[in-house]
Design a protein around this ligand. Sequence first.
Ligand SMILES: [Zn+2]
Length: 398
Amino acid sequence: MTRAPAEPYLTSFDATVERRDGRDVVLSETYFYAESGGQPADQGTLENAPVADVQKRDGEVVHTLDPESVPDFEAGDTVVGRVDEEFRTYCMRAHTASHVLYGAGRRVLDDLGYGGFDIGEEKVRVDFQTSTDVNDALLVELERLTNRAVWDSLPVSWEEVLKSEAMNRDEIAFNTKTEEGVLSDSDTVRVVEVADWDVAACGGTHVENTREIGPVTLLDRSNPGEGLTRVEFAVGPSAIRERTDEKRLALDAARVAGTSVADLPDEVARLSDELATLETELRDAKSQLVGATIEDLADETVSRDGREWLVGTIDGVGPNELVDRVQELAGDAADVVVLAGKDGATFLVVGTDGDVEAGDVVSDVTAEFGGGGGGSPTFAQGGGLSAEPEDVVRFLRE
Ligand SMILES: [Zn+2]
């Protein structure tokens, strides 16, 4: 058994080598944390040989040394174990933060069960079993409550409790993964309590007071499975970096919008409304332009095979913006309405009363000038033509 969860602040110790099998070392006792249930293995050294991994195997804690190191100790020797303090401290803080976040969840989620957690180098995740939709507002509230509990400097304690007793206390959240070894071969479980905030059965390493956690920044949430909400967060330098990045971006956005961060939501909403209004006005103006262009062209329609054709060029309007008006005017302003313009390459839009196949008109033009297109009997369009709009008009008027 590792002593790490019981005495997480102890990072230097002497122990007797019980067994060494190549790079695998078993000690009489150890303060290295073996990877378990979302908390990574401790880093450090045994007699200056770097430890690459620590795992629980058949009830023993096995330290696997770095492949590069050549240990000069054997069974029976006393060695000095040193746990990397920086990484251990990070894990203690991150791990305790996950309990505090879970406690925050108890206060704002309608129903809550423990869904797991994982400590990564840059971020930590906690999975909530809940039917509550964790929206932006709720995510912000979880962050506020978590940091408030950090500021309130709540004592954190842990003790071995009879398993039967712990199972009967409904308020205890079970981290069944870090506790799975204990649950299977022991009568007791470790119960970790954040005073007046959270209580969980957990075998990880924790700080003694929530203030040691420091700033916690919630990053994002997702739904990894039915009824599960995953909340990711950062502690320490990455928490500070995330927060300053977000502040910088908010200030940049406010500066571009010509307002303050506080007024940014209103200003963005106003700009969005204004944009919608302008888009409507522009659409109306283009529609009027199409109408006026066709009115001008109505004086110079040409007759082909007994049908009246209105053929002309149009500026400043793309093919998609012509679809409705051209279909509306075909059969009314003339039997066939053709407008050619430029939208990058030259295009044409054809509307007919149905007696002339719109697709045939496009085919004739693309056969002459290249490009492609198609449509229905009464409406078709072509594009990518290697000709000027005027050339298309001249070709069709002949
Ligand atoms: Zn824990």
